[in-house]
Design a protein around this ligand. Structure first.
Ligand code: PHE
Length: 507
């Protein structure tokens, strides 16, 4: 029955009789099978004050699937067993045979019940256990209960409490609670409900009908439609968060728009010795075409100073004492860290006339690593650099603490001494993931060595503190993702991107 129709039936009934005693009875009387449909209409009318509802709780017996199947078969398993056994009274069989005839399920249940009811017995006189009838006729009382319930679910008239209880115990019947309603007139009762308009149309304005038109009120509690596009990947959201933190702290973004870098800026400028394992093809992707950077891209006087520093040191350092190769420094690679960009920026800063500065960058880096739950061959690095007079490790710890505070991860931060060729001292940064229940390394940091800064022309007395984080790790912590491949790469499910929280609160 249509909703509109049901509504007018209900309104007419309440209008004529002043009330409806019970919506359940009413549904039966009107031959409305689905009581829920009536309830829907009643609730809607109530919300417009057309009627007032008073809830009543009821119980009803309901046949389970099993109960329903016996009703449809026209006999309970025990009756089926009895009939089969009775039919073979002169040639009795064992349980195995009954199972073949009736099916194992029916035979098992039926035999057990029939034994209890003393309809059948086991006769072992022939040496084999055979099932024999104990009575002439039976009355399938359980079936009678099922029928009674079908006819009258509310009280199952004609049955008694213990029979009903047994049937519930056998899980053939369940007792269900349900609500019906007493209906009386509400303050705005009328025999017809005009649907209020949801939109103000041009026509209403032209004809002036808007004046008498009733409009539907806005429902500010309803959820809006979920837009179909425009979802941001968690990495983009966390990148935005990082960017905001950096810019609020007065940092300037470095230009990171070159994935290809020469070994010179990626390693040599950072005082990373040419035989360092990180410069091996196992750790770094080298380019085959063009395999080398042209020398005019690298300032020759600076290159000479870097060579000197590697070979024989200076500014109080003894250098590495090996023969530095310019060809090695020309090798092109996919940058392994954005610290390559920081070295270019610091060189430029020294050339332009040093001023204290704060730089950051967030972009992609590449490492020839074997891929696992926490490692990818390409990922994003968040880099911060602060240069000024008299900076020390306390400043580095302080600024990292502030940085993680603003990210919401500040209460669970740890530093561990580490080694980098270009920083001294150096510290690894660990952050605790509540959701994953473990400490995760999120980055590395330190104070750039004079061996890196002085050849650039950064003045004495100036210190540079710096750090590099992966963007992926804090994102995993913030979003509770424990496999990096679910965050980045071809395995990422678009649905996850859609379902991700808009923002995550820190702990
Ligand atoms: N470049 C380092 C890395 O890739 C991070 C780092 C940056 C460490 C700056 C110290 C200073 O892990």
């Amino acid at each position: 029955m249509e909703e509109q129709n049901l509504e007018s039936i209900v309104l007419k009934a309440v209008g004529a009789e002043g009330s409806i005693q019970d919506s359940g009875e009413f549904a039966q009387r009107c031959n409305i099978e689905d009581h829920n449909a009536i309830v829907g209409v009643l609730k809607s009318l109530e919300s417009y004050d057309f009627i007032v509802l008073k809830e009543r709780s009821n119980t009803a017996y309901k046949l389970t699937e099993e109960g329903q199947s016996y009703l449809e078969a026209g006999a309970t398993p025990e009756a089926q067993v009895f009939t089969a056994v009775r039919a073979r009274v002169s040639d009795p069989v064992g349980i195995g045979e009954l199972k073949k005839d009736l099916g194992a399920g029916i035979a098992d249940v039926g035999f057990k019940q029939a034994m209890q009811k003393k309809w059948v017995a086991i006769d072992k006189s022939s040496g084999k256990p055979l099932v024999v009838p104990k009575v002439e006729v039976i009355e399938d009382t359980a079936l009678a209960v099922l029928k009674a319930i079908e006819n009258d679910p509310a009280t199952a008239q004609g049955t008694n409490a213990s029979e009903l209880q047994q049937m519930t115990k056998r899980k053939l019947v369940a007792l269900k609670k349900w609500s019906s309603y007493e209906v009386t007139k509400g303050p705005k009762f009328a025999l017809e409900r005009k649907k209020p308009a949801t939109d103000l149309t041009a026509e209403m304005i032209q004809k002036g009908t808007w004046k008498d038109q009733e409009f539907k009120e806005y429902n500010f509690d309803s959820f809006g439609l979920i837009p179909d596009g425009g979802y941001l990947h968690p990495l983009l959201k966390v990148r935005t968060q990082f960017r905001k933190i950096f810019t609020n702290l007065g940092f300037e973004e470095m230009p990171t728009n070159n994935y290809v870098e020469s070994s010179f800026w990626n390693f040599d400028a950072l005082f990373q010795p040419q035989q360092h394992p990180a410069r091996d093809a196992h750790d770094t992707f080298f380019l085959t075409k063009p395999s080398k950077a042209s020398l005019d891209k690298i300032p020759s006087d600076y290159l000479a100073r870097v060579k000197d520093m590697h070979e024989s040191g200076g500014f109080g350092s003894i250098g590495y004492g090996y023969s530095w190769s310019v060809e090695e420094s020309q090798k092109n690679l996919l940058r392994t860290h954005t610290t390559a960009v920081s070295s270019r920026m610091l060189y430029k800063l020294a050339q332009d006339g040093f001023k204290p500065a704060k730089y950051f960058s967030i972009d992609r880096v590449f490492r020839n690593e074997s891929i696992d739950r926490t490692h990818l061959a390409e990922f994003h690095q968040v880099e911060g650099v602060v240069c000024g007079h008299g900076l020390h490790l306390g400043h580095l710890i302080g600024i990292l603490q502030e940085f993680f505070n603003r990210l919401g991860l500040g209460s669970k931060l740890r530093f561990k001494p580490a080694y980098n060729p270009y920083t001294e001292p150096s510290m690894e940064i660990f952050s605790y993931s509540e959701e994953l229940g473990k400490w995760m390394e999120v980055g590395n940091s330190g104070m750039f060595r004079p061996e890196m800064l002085r050849p650039m022309g950064i003045p004495e007395g100036v210190n540079v503190i710096a750090w590099g984080l992966s963007l992926e790790r804090p994102t995993m912590i913030l979003y509770g993702i424990d496999n990096i491949r679910d965050l980045f790469g071809h395995r990422v499910s678009l649905q996850t991107v859609r379902n991700n929280a808009l923002c995550r609160m820190g702990m």
